[in-house]
Write a protein that binds this ligand. Structure first.
Ligand SMILES: [Zn+2]
Length: 299
């Protein structure tokens, strides 16, 4: 009886670009990917003792990416951990597309939702992965994560260049611009007069005039806020206690000791109606939601 070695006990070894080897049953890999299946139709080498040399498949992917793929194909559990889980996730998304691995793509979609908080620690790679996979239900959420970081920082330069197409970079730039415009509108319409009072000195809600030094502190705080919102236009950092406790945000009225700037409600507490307007009312995502509906059909 003949024994079909190619069908019955075939192992294949995937070789990462750093030469790390991942042996796995050929059948599992062929079932997971038509591209790998085609690759493995090639004639095999048999040595003098009639042993099949294990097939080596050299790939461009790194060891971290192949490790994820091999675990998936062989049914092992996959933890979202390691040195750079989001970059790994991104690279697996790219590979799943390249090798036509539909099952893996479905798994990644669920994995993305389950591990969102971990994956969002690298917003650029997460955004790139979501767009690459074309998971529309995550488009807005992933875009929003990118608004939390300053994309101009040097540590993001490599990811921006390597992971994002020029179209995606432009898209992020537009959405950041819209978000910043919202804040500029808020600050310009509510705050500029504080530094240059026209005819009367601004007063606290208690009636006490604001002294020059305090006025300066308030202006400084607002300038800092503007700069920070420009870099990280989601503005979520405003709610952190550390941010609110910075000296310049603690300018107080000498008479009634209330803080002039209340970042927890995003309000400037002085008596003129335009200053006293609660910035929180203007703060929501309305401009971005509008953009979101226009681009993605809304959520
Ligand atoms: Zn007062």
């Amino acid at each position: 009886m003949s024994f079909d070695i190619t069908e019955d006990c075939d192992f294949v070894v995937l070789v990462a670009k750093d030469e790390t080897q991942f042996p796995l049953p050929s059948l599992a890999l062929r079932q997971a990917s038509p591209v790998f299946s085609d690759m493995m139709q090639m004639p095999r080498v048999i040595d003098d003792d009639q042993n099949m040399a294990p097939e080596l498949v050299k790939l461009e992917e790194d060891a971290s990416t192949l490790s994820f793929i091999v675990k998936f194909v062989t049914g092992c559990s996959i933890a979202c951990s390691g040195a750079d889980p989001t970059l790994q996730f991104h690279n697996v998304v790219v590979a799943a597309d390249k090798y036509g691995m539909d099952g893996l793509q479905n798994f990644l979609r669920v994995y993305c939702r389950a591990h969102w908080n971990i994956l969002a620690s690298d917003p650029i790679a997460l955004f790139a992965a979501v767009r690459k996979a074309d998971w529309r239900e995550y488009f807005w959420r992933a875009t929003r994560e990118t608004l939390k970081i300053d994309l101009c920082l040097p540590q993001h330069a490599v990811a921006m260049e390597e992971l994002l197409t020029s179209d995606l970079k432009l898209e992020l730039s537009i959405i950041r611009g819209i978000r910043k415009d919202v804040f500029l509108d808020i600050l310009n319409s509510n705050v500029v007069h504080l530094s240059f009072p026209a005819d009367s000195r601004p007063t606290c809600t208690c009636g006490c005039p604001i002294v020059f030094r305090t006025l300066n502190l308030v202006s400084e705080a607002l300038a800092r806020l503007l700069k920070d919102l420009d870099a990280r236009p989601l503005g979520d950092f405003v709610w952190s206690q550390d941010y609110q406790l910075q000296d310049s945000f603690l300018a107080q009225c000498d008479a009634c000791e209330t803080n002039y700037i209340d970042l927890s409600t995003f309000a400037v507490k002085v008596c003129e109606p335009s200053y006293a307007e609660r910035l929180a009312d203007l703060y929501p995502l309305r401009s971005l939601e509008h953009y979101d509906k226009k681009i993605y059909g809304g959520f």
